[in-house]
Design a protein around this ligand. Structure first.
Ligand code: XMP
Length: 330
């Protein structure tokens, strides 16, 4: 049996008034989840990000074994992500089942190029197919998810359709798919969710994880999403994340462009990939400014991307704040 490293109760008096308020928030949410679910069971879908991790721990504290925890391998995740998430939660005493849904997502995304359409497709496959089937198979009526305040505001304002915002724009999952959503974090922003993660005793690695969007690496490919392009952006992501790990920035990632550019490789002309590096400072993702990265770091990342990723011969740095740009590219 794995040892349960989660503190049974978060400790009071560990960080002043704000943490007292968050401590109350945690206890309220645990109680609320327990009351809503009653004798039934609930499902939590982990992505490994701080939001879904916090919700999973709240759900586990509220429901214990009545909470089923899964990680959907949609083929769009970062290198080693499924195994890493399972390992981290095993240490916390929480069992996570990996569900292979790669084929479903790639099939649905085939030939789709419009950014909003891609987002909607990913959302539909998650909610209307994958989640629905797991819930039906396990006779579970409630889905716990980590929607936060910024996700809701941006979707409601029409900036973009966040894959996980449904109820707030009038889509009832109960009517549409036959299950209810429980969203304990809708009042909080990312910085507050990180503090809750700390109070809950989640490891530093999870507390400080840079944000990663629901549509995953598909949000970092302009145009059609294919397994080949995912392989390129997955490798590029591993390089950029490793090189910028100590930058202290809010978020950093590469994006693969649809267009190609002429370059020279081994003395020959090559029409190759263009990769953009995005690295921003922000508190809660509502506004953001580009990080003033050193020339040396940018040169090193460029060198690695152009030498380690075949067919890549051009790397650019994005200097645009949010607004007018958003942080992600789709
Ligand atoms: P944007 O691109 O709107 O992103 O400036 C703001 C923050 O939200 C993340 N993001 C998402 N998170 N589902 C999520 O859970 C989504 O569909 C989604 N889209 C963007 C993004 O990475 C950034 O931190």
């Amino acid at each position: 049996m794995p040892k349960n490293y989660l503190k049974t109760e978060p400790r009071r008096g560990e960080g002043g008034k704000e943490s007292e308020a968050l401590f109350d928030f945690i206890n309220e949410k645990i109680k609320e989840i327990r009351e809503i679910v009653g004798k039934e069971k609930a499902l939590s879908v982990l992505s490994g990000g701080v939001d879904s991790s916090v919700v999973t721990v709240l759900g586990y504290k509220a429901l214990g074994k009545k909470l089923k925890v899964v990680f959907i391998d949609n083929g769009l995740m970062r290198e080693g992500e499924p195994e890493n998430v399972v390992k981290i939660f095993k240490k916390l005493g929480i069992k996570v089942e990996i569900i292979d849904a790669k084929e479903k997502f790639f099939r649905a995304l085939k030939r789709k190029t419009d950014p909003e359409e891609k987002r909607k497709i990913i959302s539909d496959v998650f909610y209307g197919d994958v989640f629905k089937k797991i819930l039906e198979k396990n006779r579970v009526k409630f889905l716990l998810q980590g929607t936060n305040l910024t996700d809701i505001e941006e979707t409601v304002a029409g900036i973009k359709f966040q894959h996980n915002v449904l109820e707030q724009i009038g889509i009832s999952t109960e009517k549409k798919f036959g299950y209810r959503l429980i969203e304990p974090l809708i009042e909080l922003r990312k910085n507050e969710i990180r503090k809750v993660a700390k109070l809950l005793g989640l490891p530093e690695e999870i507390q400080q994880r840079i944000p990663f969007p629901g549509p995953a690496l598909a949000a970092r490919i302009i145009g059609e999403v294919t397994p080949e392009k995912i392989a390129i952006i997955r490798k590029a992501t591993a390089i950029v994340e490793k090189e910028l790990k100590n930058s202290g920035a809010f978020q950093y990632f590469p994006v693969l462009m649809k267009d190609k550019a002429t370059g020279i490789k081994n003395g020959k002309r090559e029409f190759g990939n263009i990769i953009i590096i995005r690295c921003v400072e922000s508190i809660d993702a509502r506004i953001a400014t580009p990080t003033k990265l050193s020339w040396k770091i940018l040169e090193r990342i460029t060198k690695r991307l152009t030498t380690e990723i075949p067919g890549t011969n051009r790397v650019c740095y994005d200097f645009t704040p949010k607004p007018p740009a958003t942080i992600e590219y789709i």
